[in-house]
Write a protein that binds this ligand. Sequence first.
Ligand SMILES: [Zn+2]
Ligand SMILES: [Zn+2]
Length: 283
Amino acid sequence: MLADYHVHTEFSNDSIYPMEEVIKDAISLGIKDICFTDHVDYGPYRDWDDPRGIQYRPGDEGEPERVALTNVDYKKYFSMIEKMRGKYREKIAIKAGLEFGVQTHTIPEYEKLFRSYPFDFIILSIHQAGDQEFWTNEYQSGRTQQEYNEGYYKELLSVVQNYHNYSVLGHMDLIVRYDSYGVYPFEKLKPLLTEILKTVIADGKGIEVNTSNHRYGLSDMTPSRDILKLYKELGGTIITIGSDSHKKEHLGAYIDWAKEELRKLGYTQFCTFEKMQPIFHEL
Ligand SMILES: [Zn+2]
Ligand SMILES: [Zn+2]
């Protein structure tokens, strides 16, 4: 069963891919279950109804002239998902999710948001720490490789110890994507990774395999095979697979490859989600 559980649309500030186009393309790729996971990043980004107003940046090529630095317009998003479910229910299962870019200090805002809408699935990602972005190297600059690697995982640990309304960790070793010194050794991070994964497993949560490693030119999987082996050794079973798609050529890409790699690592099942509950499928 082909499913893509990490998909962005025009509701994310970094995509202009219309939701209905994503659905049509997914159907033609043979995807049977799709979960939309557009971005929410409290801290750097505001909600549409934020009393402080909306910030904008000029659009890049292929984008509108002004790009609003906002989180998902939740009301429009959920009503669009409802409409799409009605229209395409014979062809594809459509799930409502979001990708929460949580930081320890923004947890209360996510608690409130989670209570406000009917979610099937939440990806918990660490995109920033102390409101500093990883993808722009803002966090890394002025820190040693050890400091920013440990800083990333310490923030992740703090978040999973204090926040529980999520399904899986997104791209768990994201920092690898934005590490100009190369991959920091797994063995040095193993104690921290073990503590994080034990917390996730004890909490009944999982991790995702994010197939964007291909377009970022990473030789290992995301997360790395070492992390996937450790998760399995510690008793982890909940795994979703997502392309982290922002445009047509990303959608559904390398999902079959990820299944094959997971089988090689000894896994036999992957998950889809409904109403925040995992459903297991054979790989
Ligand atoms: Zn992400
Ligand atoms: Zn994403």
